[in-house]
Write a protein that binds this ligand. Sequence first.
Ligand SMILES: [Zn+2]
Length: 445
Amino acid sequence: MRIVYMTFVVCVLIALPVFAHAQARPLPGPDVQQIYERLLPQIDKIPAFDHHAHPGFSDDPDVDAMAAPPNASEALRTRADNPELVAAAKALFGYPYADFSPQHAKWLLDKKAELKKQLPGPAYFNSILDQLNTESSVANRAMMADYLDAKRFPWVFFADAFMWPFNNQREAARNSDEGVFIPLQENLLHRWMQQENVSKLPGSFDDYLKFISQVLEDNSKKGGIAMKFEVAYFRPTTFGDPSRAEAEVIYRRYAAAGIPSEHEYRIFQDYIFRYLVAEGGRLHLPVHIHTAIGIGDYFNLSQSNIMNLESVLRDPRYASTTFVMIHGGYPLEREAIWLAAMKNVYLDSSFGELAQYPSAFKETLKMWLETFPDKITFGTDCFPYNDVLGAEESYWLGVRSSRTALAAALAEMISEGEITEPRALELAHGYLHDNAVKLYEGRVH
Ligand SMILES: [Zn+2]
């Protein structure tokens, strides 16, 4: 108690000359709009590091390791008919129309085709990043594309497929979403096997684990900066802690043939997940985990609740693994920020800024900035919507939403007497760039 009291006294003494008010106010003052107008151009000048995105063209199947199930529900702002996408096309390409009628959309298609000719190879997407003042953007893709500049689009590869090596008939039959997702995982596992010249699953469990580690090491050599799990799409994120022997028995039983029971499959996956997490520490490959609602009507929010991961994140055995909670647990971001109390746990805000309008996203950012501001990172989760509206427009919407919401959150914090303006700009640099970049130990900038 004494220490707390002393800290309080010291803070007040330091704070007094800076703030007009000793205590923060519950409401912003009339100056909030002016502060916002002053901050935004400065925030726009900060080169950003986009910590989570899916850059690529809409006809590129490697943009993600998964695909949207047909006819999946979309929240209002993430629909392709969001009128803000007109503003995006206007800002990026000088789109002269106010809607995307087929005739008008053709203008945009032609314009992009012309630009791709003028800016061949990696130059096209580099120019999109330049327009957004994004220095680099993570490319969370199944495989990298030769039309993305590896220096500006560091690769984050997917690691889920190692958990589905057996006959997945039952897994895929659970519902129509899994019918789309599971075959894509099988496909990715086969591509990793091809990469390592492995024609069938190794006979021994030991060799299977060696194969996994080899893929991680080779992907790292190929430029991969982190591994990503979207496991919440395929099973509950409550991970048991089975022994190696338990997992080995199941591997031996089903590697060649047969369908494991759901219980057996989960035990095996629990072990593999923890193996991958530990390898992430050994190999300095941060572990990205999808933690939010997801596409597809069968996505189970309670079974994928970010707090299910608490037993893994707060396990001292994984203290050397860096975790990034992609999408920050949305819509449970209020609980999620407290996971960042762990020194090795970070939150990424991507998708939150696309799913919510800036007025709501500002509240998320403000709460995070008021809690662990040095543990939060910016990302867009940009994705090609369709042939006409691509990752380009999605990038624009994500970047503009995040920069404006950030300026608004900080303006309120300044106006309410919580922080000074110079401190606000430090926090902005941290969120938009520095906090994420430092996780990769010089591999990105
Ligand atoms: Zn994503």
